[in-house]
Design a protein around this ligand. Structure first.
Ligand code: HEM
Length: 415
């Protein structure tokens, strides 16, 4: 592969920079592009010309603009040239509202908003604390080293989203692996298609069972609801359920693991947080900003001409809004490349912005707050069990993450 050149002499960014020198920091190239011009022409893997936005204000303005579409088109894939047969895969599925526009998006989102409000999520806090405690107790009873990903970071959000939706947690092996495949940036269409089909089959069976015997969970509520707009079709239900299941656990799991790793690599900040657990809420926001796991940002297509940062984006053009670059914009954050758990800064963009802003953000926040507070309290001597350089980062995914996070601690100090 040709190395990423600053530009091809014509000011056009030849492809989205993805190479990182440090796992927590956005690709170095993005910093330079942002300093030069936060709105740039960029060539997509398909050869099409579009745009790359790297500035905080510009990204926010774009995501708040009504003249953008979230519908996936073949031209919009930011890092891969998908083969022609992939068109069927990226076809917009009814109910897959993350990739839809108003009025469809609005309708689905309205059905679900009530389940993820601050109040609803607060009511779940007790149960989240219980799950966290159970897993940390099991961890303390074992012998270090353990893989924190499998022992804690992944089970917590998986179990929470399973209980919320009414998906049997015992079947997690089945959907965790397929969910990881679905958010990967692989161009192996066979793998994507197989994972998609298996998830759909699994969810269809589950929804059939709920229709026959509804429970007290979100999916049963969707299956049995009937209002002025009429019932949801099976296809809509399956796609909504899959979206929530996939979005609900992979993201938070990787953010917990990356957050812990980031703290372990910044001992001063870790000590500050251990000394003052009241900093936890701020620390969670700072880790979300600093790490920004949606590593390639979000993609939109202009539906009308839009003027941003003195540039004119034309209808039909595709735009990548780089959330990692925006979250490190010095125009918005003082000393943006420094991790500061006591930072009181403007809102970061890790949950996106505008009408598609993360539906599950309150849930993710509470999971992370409870997780960090309890983990650091019970394992004050937590440390990496392998050299940092040996960690296997997950880079071939839209969600930045880590395959395993081996940790150790002084057993006498665990609580
Ligand atoms: C949307 C990030 C956790 C469900 C989004 C978007 C981002 C994001 C950036 C916007 C996508 C876009 O604009 O195209 C994250 C991060 C998480 C997280 C960083 C954890 C740290 C969750 C959880 C759920 C969830 C726990 C559980 C239900 C969703 C859904 C959407 C979404 C359904 C689509 C919203 C829409 O299109 O209206 N998320 N998310 N996310 N997220 Fe999250």
């Amino acid at each position: 592969q040709e190395a990423v050149r600053p530009d091809a002499g014509d000011g056009i960014v030849p492809r989205l920079p993805t190479e990182r020198t440090c796992p927590f920091d956005p690709p170095e190239e993005l910093r330079r592009l942002r300093a030069e011009a936060p709105v740039r022409r960029m060539r997509f893997p398909t050869g099409d010309l579009g745009w790359l936005l790297t500035g905080y204000d510009e990204v926010r303005a774009l995501l708040a603009d009504p003249r953008v579409s979230s519908r996936r088109t073949r031209a919009s894939h930011p890092v891969r040239e998908l083969p022609p047969e992939a068109e069927e895969i990226v076809r917009v599925q009814p109910g897959h509202f993350i990739a839809q526009d108003a009025p469809d998006h609005t309708r689905y989102r309205r059905l679900l908003t009530g389940h993820f409000t601050v109040r609803r999520v607060r009511a779940l806090t007790g149960r989240i604390e219980e799950i966290v405690d159970d897993h940390l107790t099991a961890m303390a009873a074992g012998t270090p080293p353990v893989d924190l990903m499998q022992a804690f970071a992944l089970p917590l959000p998986s179990l929470v989203i399973c209980e919320t939706l009414g998906v049997p947690y015992a079947e997690r092996q089945m959907f965790q692996r397929r969910a990881a495949a679905l958010i990967s940036t692989t161009d192996d269409v066979t793998v994507i298609r197989r994972s998609q089909r298996e998830m759909l089959e699994y969810m269809s069976d589950l929804l059939r069972a709920k229709r026959a015997e509804p429970g007290d969970d979100l999916l049963s509520g969707l299956v049995t609801r009937s209002d002025a707009e009429g019932p949801l079709t099976d296809e809509e239900l399956v796609n909504i359920a899959n979206l929530l299941l996939v979005a609900g656990h992979e993201t938070t799991a990787n953010m917990i693991a990356m957050g812990v790793l980031t703290l372990l690599r910044h001992p001063g900040q870790l000590a500050a947080l251990c000394d003052d657990p009241d900093l936890t809420d701020r620390a969670v926001e700072e880790l979300l900003r600093y790490v920004t796991i949606p590593q390639h940002g979000v993609v939109r297509t202009a539906t009308g001409d839009i003027e941003i940062g003195g540039k004119r984006i034309l209808a039909g053009e595709t735009i990548v809004a780089s959330l990692p670059a925006a979250n490190r914009d010095p125009a918005r954050f003082a000393d943006p490349d420094t991790l500061d758990v006591s930072r009181q800064s403007p809102a970061h963009l890790s949950f996106g912005h505008g009408v598609h802003q993360c539906l599950g953000q309150q849930l993710a926040r509470v999971e992370m707050r409870v997780a960090f507070r309890a983990l650091l309290q019970r394992f004050p001597t937590l440390r990496l069990a392998v050299p940092f350089e040996q960690l296997r980062m997950r880079t071939d995914s839209f969600v930045l993450g880590i395959h395993e996070l081996p940790v150790a601690w002084d057993t006498a100090a665990a609580r």
